[in-house]
Design a protein around this ligand. Structure first.
Ligand SMILES: *[C@@H]1O[C@H](CO)[C@@H](O)[C@H](O)[C@H]1NC(C)=O
Ligand SMILES: *[C@@H]1O[C@H](CO)[C@@H](O)[C@H](O)[C@H]1NC(C)=O
Ligand SMILES: *[C@@H]1O[C@H](CO)[C@@H](O)[C@H](O)[C@H]1NC(C)=O
Length: 386
């Protein structure tokens, strides 16, 4: 009896298995397309997720994060004399049309969202390469400190690409990531950060700003080795009759009657294949200049129909020029390499207490000078004034 019973149970079990199996087969035969389609969708979703970075948390942001890799323009090599051009210029011509690169680091809420950005009075936009850690650290502690100054907000952002190959690139990207974690002040795109790609960096920033900080009032755009007297900048900008950033402002160290340097040995070499005309529009030296939010938008707008040119400051002036606007000269923004006329101290804090910006400082000099400027016991006499 027992064995009979167990055989019966086994039979029932096998029958159930069979029925289940048949059911599975039938379902599969009935809905084969649906099953494979779903699988396909799932796969696509996975691939998509792995390619697209998460959207920023602010709802106002529609900034696009992922771009297909920009292809080299092979026909660029047909330009007369291409083969005799230096490598970096050939490289520039091949990639001149590339304007979109994936973002590696972002701070979408830097200005408190698009709406909140009206509260930012001065946005410091500082061009920095990944390796310049010391410079960034000193700027964070000195003139680029984010703060409420004289009743208005100063915010800081470093703009960067990538440098190095393979392991070195990874190492430097990691450095920026660590800094970002601590300071939340870096925008990084995946393009090679070279002198010839500075215009690209500027255009990428302007596009980012248009989405994330559209109502910022003023911007200081400059290098990471300048001394910018941001306290004085605030005083100057606040004293303007219209200080809401809705009017044209583009001022700095004005460069008049310059043209492309045709000598291949120069860092600023621009051959005719890149820029034909022998003259540049008047421009503000890229070491540092001031812009209104309005003018930044105009530049971005115009840039969309102007071919990229390697000199970023000249390119910005071309955009301003196309809009029928002009750059201005501000005597507080000093020429390249300018130092205090004082004989015994080229870093005389009294001299620098009167200016807006000067170029080229060692991080240590900047640090010391900023500290002495903050010193309440610093007394300066009028003989420092011109
Ligand atoms: C590629 O280069 C050629 C030659 O300079 C130019 O005429 C063409 O417009 C370029 N294509 C793109 C997509 O920029
Ligand atoms: C600019 O960056 C792009 C993207 O990384 C790169 O392909 C190109 O070679 C760079 N151009 C120059 C002139 O460095
Ligand atoms: C530039 O600004 C003008 C006037 O506001 C506008 O009509 C045009 O669409 C803008 N162009 C771009 C490329 O944003």
């Amino acid at each position: 009896m027992l064995s009979h019973c167990s055989i019966l149970r086994k039979k029932i079990f096998i029958t159930r298995l069979l029925v289940l199996g048949v059911l599975v087969v039938v379902v599969n035969l009935w809905f084969p397309g649906d099953l494979t389609k779903n699988k396909h969708i799932l796969l696509q979703e996975d691939v998509r997720k792995s390619l697209i970075q998460p959207k920023p948390t602010t709802t106002s942001s529609t900034y696009k994060y992922s771009w297909p890799k920009c292809r080299k323009n092979i026909s660029a090599a047909r330009v007369p004399g291409f083969n005799s051009l230096p490598r970096h210029i050939q490289d520039f011509l091949y990639h001149r049309h590339c304007r979109h690169f994936p973002m590696i680091l972002d701070v979408p809420d830097k200005c408190g969202g698009a709406e909140g950005s009206a509260e930012v009075f001065l946005l410091l936009v500082i061009k920095s390469s990944p390796g310049n850690y010391n410079r960034r650290e000193v700027l964070r502690k000195t003139w680029a400190k984010e703060r409420l100054q004289n009743g208005v907000w100063i915010r800081r952002i470093f703009i960067s690409g990538t440098t190095g190959d393979g392991f070195e690139k990874k190492r430097l990207n990691n450095l920026l990531e660590v800094e970002q974690h601590e300071n939340n002040d870096i925008l990084q795109w995946d393009f090679i950060d070279t002198h010839y790609n500075l215009t690209l960096k500027q255009v990428l920033f302007l596009e980012w700003m248009d989405v994330n900080c559209p109502h910022v009032r003023f911007l200081m755009n400059g290098d990471d080795d300048v001394f910018a007297h941001t306290d004085n900048m605030i005083d100057y900008l606040k004293a303007l009759t219209d200080n809401d950033g809705q009017r044209h402002l583009f001022t700095g160290n004005l460069m008049v009657n310059f043209g492309p340097i045709r000598s291949p040995d120069s860092k600023y070499y621009v051959p005719v294949q890149v820029y034909e005309s022998e003259s540049y529009p008047d421009f503000c030296s890229g070491g540092g200049f001031l812009l209104s939010g309005y003018t930044a938008h105009v530049i971005y707008n115009m840039s969309q129909s102007i071919t990229l040119l390697p000199m970023d400051d000249v390119y910005i002036a071309m955009c301003v020029d196309k809009a029928g606007l002009r750059p201005e000269s501000h005597m507080g923004v000093k020429a390249f390499g300018h130092r205090s006329p004082s004989n015994n101290d080229p870093l005389d804090p009294c001299y620098f207490s009167e200016i807006l910006l000067a170029h080229r400082f060692l991080p240590t000099d900047l640090y010391i000078m900023w500290q002495s400027l903050q010193d309440p016991s610093l007394t300066c006499f009028d003989n420092n004034k011109e």
